[in-house]
Design a protein around this ligand. Structure first.
Ligand code: AMP
Length: 412
């Protein structure tokens, strides 16, 4: 069924149409009717499935159709997320979908001045999107009133647990009215998540999206065998061959990120890096540059992987294979979002083959191999524009040497 047939308010339909959202994704199809009925939801779904809009659409619709005066500090719907990037991202989805409605949305996270956030709270909000830490701070300072909160959303609950937010979450829930609605989203499920979920939801509708196929069907993912020292030349080539594409390049450490950044700079490719050392403003600036396409290549570590949702990423390159196999899924899931198609290529050096095996075990099937012919491999090294790396000459010399030897042999 198309969105225009849904019982949602016209201003929301208008922004859905403008965003190019015509039909619901799987999770939206399953979750929206239940959320609209006021039921609790327990959903296991990764980012990239369209899960944000799955809760944003019915929440905005409800707020729009049940408008209320907003006293100081009042929050009608609370969305808790693990990271600032995710907070920014989800806020953008809400703001975009609610742009033709009077629904008031506010975003809060740590690492920045709290004044604009407390000013926003003073005016009361329909939907507050926040990380647990900042939420805890501002609530203990008396800026937030949860006594009339009707909807609680926990997004990426598994990630919040991993970051140790369990106490903040439980403490917050204690302060909500008894009959609130809970929407619980997690990318993975284990005993701990189940325990948390079942302790806070009531008779939930359970939704699980593609549990077997960990990588979205929209992502064509392959592995190419490339030696460590040659990886930069292959990255250079693929970026130069796809002049208009957006690339998200994953590396293992921040030192590697800066190294790849310099290597690309030497061959005239502009990139930006994102890793744990960047402060909050830097991170937002980086995301903005990449999102708007000002810089089309972003080099990132896994730290930032989960928070990134930029539509239009055409390629994910695993420049280094991830140490944790689950991260493979999170990384390649940054492309092929929603209804888009994406390509992910992993560069695997000989020493990384055991890691590749682990990843394949985790996926339950082998990753398709992108065959590179010997000549093609040599050609890639020869094509580099890196100053001082005259591969072409090296190869020519080597081939001349071989020819000489052959000639000598023939004479004997
Ligand atoms: P999410 O799983 O919420 O991170 O969403 C992943 C991506 O899917 C986002 O970039 C959305 O813009 C896109 N998306 C969500 N719902 C739809 C839809 N119904 N049609 C097309 N794209 C969508």
């Amino acid at each position: 069924m198309r969105f225009d047939k849904y019982a949602i308010a016209d201003p929301i339909k208008r922004s859905l149409a403008e965003s190019g959202f015509v039909k619901p994704t799987d999770i939206q199809f399953k979750a929206i009717p239940s959320i609209m009925k006021g039921e609790d939801v327990l959903a296991i779904a990764q980012t990239g499935t369209g899960k944000t809009a799955a809760f944003a659409i019915p929440i905005i619709n409800w707020m729009h159709e049940n408008q209320e005066k907003l006293p100081k500090g009042i929050v009608r719907c609370l969305v808790m997320v693990p990271t600032r990037e995710l907070a920014v991202q989800i806020t953008e989805v809400f703001q975009n979908l609610a742009k033709y409605t009077p629904v008031k949305i506010l975003s809060m996270f740590g690492g920045v001045d709290q004044t604009p956030q407390t000013k926003g709270l003073d005016r009361g909000v329909d939907v507050l999107i926040t990380t647990p830490g900042r939420m805890f701070d501002l609530r203990s300072q008396g800026f937030i009133d949860l006594s009339q909160t009707q909807i609680l959303v926990l997004d990426e609950a598994d990630h919040m647990l991993a970051l140790g937010f369990i106490r903040d979450i439980r403490d917050t829930i204690k302060n909500l009215p008894k009959n609130h609605q809970t929407l619980f989203f997690s990318a993975t499920i284990n005993e701990e998540i189940k325990n948390l979920a079942y302790s806070i939801v009531r008779n939930p509708i359970r939704i699980q999206i593609s549990p077997k196929d960990r990588v979205s069907k929209n992502v064509d993912h392959q592995v190419a065998f490339i030696e460590m020292d040659d990886k930069r030349f292959f990255l250079e080539r693929i970026i130069k061959e796809h002049e208009t594409s957006k690339f998200l390049v994953f590396v293992r450490t921040k030192v590697r990120a800066e190294r790849v950044f310099s290597a690309m700079q030497r061959v005239g490719i502009e990139t930006i890096t994102m890793h744990g050392d960047k402060d909050q403003l830097d991170r937002l600036d980086v995301m903005e540059k990449f999102r708007t396409g000002k810089v089309r290549v972003l080099i990132a570590t896994d730290v930032s992987a989960r928070g990134i949702d930029i539509s239009g990423v055409n390629y994910v390159i695993n420049y280094d294979l991830p140490d944790i196999d689950e991260n493979y899924v999170h990384r390649v899931g940054r492309t092929g979002r929603g209804m888009e198609k994406g390509i992910a290529v992993s560069f695997c050096a000989t020493e990384e083959k055991p890691v590749l095996e682990e990843i394949q075990k985790f996926l339950g099937k082998p990753i398709q191999v992108l065959e590179i012919e010997k000549d093609e491999y040599k050609m890639t090294l020869a094509l580099t524009e890196e100053p001082g790396t005259n591969w072409r000459k090296l190869i020519e010399d080597h081939e001349a040497e071989l020819a000489k030897k052959r000639k000598k042999k023939g004479k004997k």
